[in-house]
Design a protein around this ligand. Structure first.
Ligand code: SAM
Length: 218
């Protein structure tokens, strides 16, 4: 299955300059704790566990995790990738001290880069992308090519399916999916596991609240 640019476009269109100013409070503060029941602290813990000094963050949003995580050394080599230039600009600004490189790219399309990374993060990106989890597997296919042999990919995504969700979560998911902010109506744990297993080994996958938290190696 292939996607038109307008399909890819929907999941990133919401990230205007204004939305990015309230993103950390609404998503990382309120929603993660009270609605998705996966406190940001847990995702930051995973980030700290796997991040390397040669790191690519995909779907950067506000660049929060790069800003807050602890890199193994003081001078990491960081690249930020996103389809939305507002997200890239915001994240670069907040992480200026690292002088990150940027790649503007649609992760559903082949990535034009020869660089390889020891760690790649994709937090809260998959649930923004159109299509079934099988179709979203293209993200893993594209990122595998950018991951060094012993590298690790890690991330998180909000699921549906058999996941227990409170009324607020169900309601918000309906609204977000209707508006095209999320496209995760078909995303469940089994289909995510299947896609990770198709491309990677040493899969670690747990569910915290509504959120699948995963890591995998090449
Ligand atoms: C929900 S935010 C996640 C931000 C951050 N990773 C976090 O966990 O807080 C999703 C980000 O993915 C980007 N994005 C959405 N669709 C994309 C695509 N097709 N290719 C690349 N980036 C995309 C958006 O522009 C946005 O910056």
């Amino acid at each position: 299955m292939s996607f038109t640019t307008s399909d890819s476009y929907k999941g990133q269109a919401i990230y205007t300059k204004f939305i990015l100013t309230i993103y950390n409070l609404w998503v990382l503060g309120i929603s993660n704790s009270l609605i998705w029941k996966c406190p940001t602290k847990k995702l930051l813990e995973q980030y700290n566990k796997y991040v390397s000094d040669n790191h690519l963050d995909v779907g950067v949003g506000t660049g929060y995790y790069i800003n807050k995580c602890v890199f193994p050394s003081k001078d990491p080599n960081i690249t930020l990738m996103d389809l939305n230039s507002n997200s890239l600009d915001y994240s670069v600004k907040i992480n200026q001290r690292y002088q990150p490189k940027t790649i503007i790219a649609d992760i559903l399309k082949p990535i034009n880069s020869n660089s390889k990374y020891n760690s790649i993060s994709i937090n809260y990106l998959l649930h923004c992308l159109p299509g079934s989890m099988e179709a979203k597997g293209i993200v893993f296919y594209n990122l595998k090519k950018l991951l060094n042999k012993k590298g690790v990919i890690f991330g998180s995504t909000i699921l549906q399916g058999d996941i227990k969700q409170n009324m607020l979560a169900k309601r918000l998911l309906r609204i977000y999916n209707k508006k095209g902010i999320f496209s995760n109506n078909q995303d469940d744990l089994i289909s995510l596991k299947k896609q990770l297993e198709k491309y990677f080994s040493d899969i670690k996958l747990i569910v915290i609240g509504s959120v699948a938290v995963f890591s995998a190696r090449n």
